[in-house]
Ligand binder design. Structure first.
Ligand code: F1P
Length: 346
């Protein structure tokens, strides 16, 4: 996140510099629709960006799995802009989806990590994430870097469209600048997460729940656990529980709540109470000093307070650590999970 912000964000002058985006800012400002495309973790970054772009820029947004978008005959209209998200820049599904959309005249921005990769070359413009090489197969720092770039674009665009006030713009810039320091603080709870991982390593299933900005983080937490520890895990919007998944809850089922404080906090508290009433185990990522959740949950991991829009950059870290330590506790090779490739090129 720090590398991603360096040279781009200047809280003193309030400027966001993004060469590849700045050149085409008009195109983004006048976009009738933004379509975010990616696979796996990159799709989750797109899903969160949907919430953020809608909130800060008031542009209609769609998020598409590239692995399905490639097989559709999507309606691309003048004024539609595609933002393609990929760590490797080589994911075949994303590449084919973009080639199809490009043939239909779509303008494509890339949010890609690997410089000079196929997706970066296919895009008309874009911003590199500069997360450095991912050592492990499963995306972790690439995800936080993708989110950071997408936040920068949304904040910049929202302000240039007058969709957010100067006060809010400066507030978000300053909050973003504090994120690297806050992540360092989150990493101090690594040992606590390790103990939790050791306690739940033999669980057969896990559920992850979140609302609003934290819903994509619940999905990402479940994906990381599946990828690295091979435990079956599902992520849901917390409110979706009552529409079916609550039938799965039984004594001891670990359910992770992504519960940093936001406008939906009270509702999440009542969801956690419903789980406790059915004897599930509630593990929660919370904002510091959340006595209500501390009281309900079997275990909590606190992250520093942040603006609710940016909080996912913090709340995802304990979930990445949970997957990592669970994999280690099970004696697995966390850098090379079975059946997974760094770039899915077929
Ligand atoms: C997409 C992705 C990753 C996942 C794994 C397989 O890759 O689904 O999110 O962790 O590495 O590929 P990319 O398009 O972001 O490189």
């Amino acid at each position: 996140v720090f590398d991603c912000l360096r040279g781009r964000l200047d809280p003193k002058t309030g400027s966001i510099r993004m060469g590849g985006i700045d050149k085409h800012l008009d195109l983004l400002r006048d976009a009738k629709r933004i379509i975010l495309v990616g696979c796996g973790t990159s799709w989750h970054a797109g899903l969160l960006a949907e919430y953020v772009f809608e909130e800060l820029c008031r542009i209609p947004v769609e998020v598409e799995y590239a692995s399905e978008f490639r097989y559709r005959n999507p309606v691309i209209n003048p004024g539609d802009v595609i933002i393609a998200i990929s760590q490797s820049g080589e994911t075949a599904d994303t590449l084919v989806a973009l080639e199809n959309a490009r043939k239909q005249g779509a303008f494509i921005f890339g949010v890609v990590n690997v410089v000079g990769s196929s997706i970066a070359r296919l895009a008309h413009a874009g911003a590199y994430t500069h997360a450095g090489p991912e050592i492990g197969v499963a995306s972790t720092k690439a995800f936080t870097a993708q989110l950071t770039v997408l936040y920068l674009i949304a904040i910049k665009l929202g302000y240039s469209k007058n969709a957010i006030s100067q006060e809010r713009y400066l507030h978000l810039i300053n909050e973003l600048a504090l994120i690297p320091e806050k992540i360092t603080e989150v990493l101090r709870s690594a040992n606590q997460v390790k103990l939790l991982a050791e306690r739940y390593k033999d669980a057969r299933d896990f559920l992850f729940l979140g609302r609003g900005y934290n819903f994509p983080i619940a999905l990402e937490g479940a994906l990381k656990l599946k990828e690295i520890s091979y435990i079956h895990a599902e992520g849901y919007p917390a409110a979706e529980m009552k529409h079916g998944p609550i039938a799965l809850v039984e004594e001891g089922l670990p359910i992770v709540f992504v519960a940093t404080k936001d406008g939906y906090h009270e509702k999440l508290v009542s969801n956690a109470q419903e789980i406790k009433a059915r004897k599930g185990s509630v593990l929660a990522v919370i904002s510091e000093q959340d006595s209500v959740f501390e009281e309900i949950a079997d275990a909590t991991i606190a992250v520093p307070a942040a603006d609710e829009i940016l909080a996912p950059l913090l709340s995802v870290v304990p979930l990445q650590l949970l997957a990592y330590y669970t994999g280690l506790a099970k004696g697995l090779d966390v850098d090379k999970p079975r059946n997974l490739a760094k770039s899915v090129t077929v």
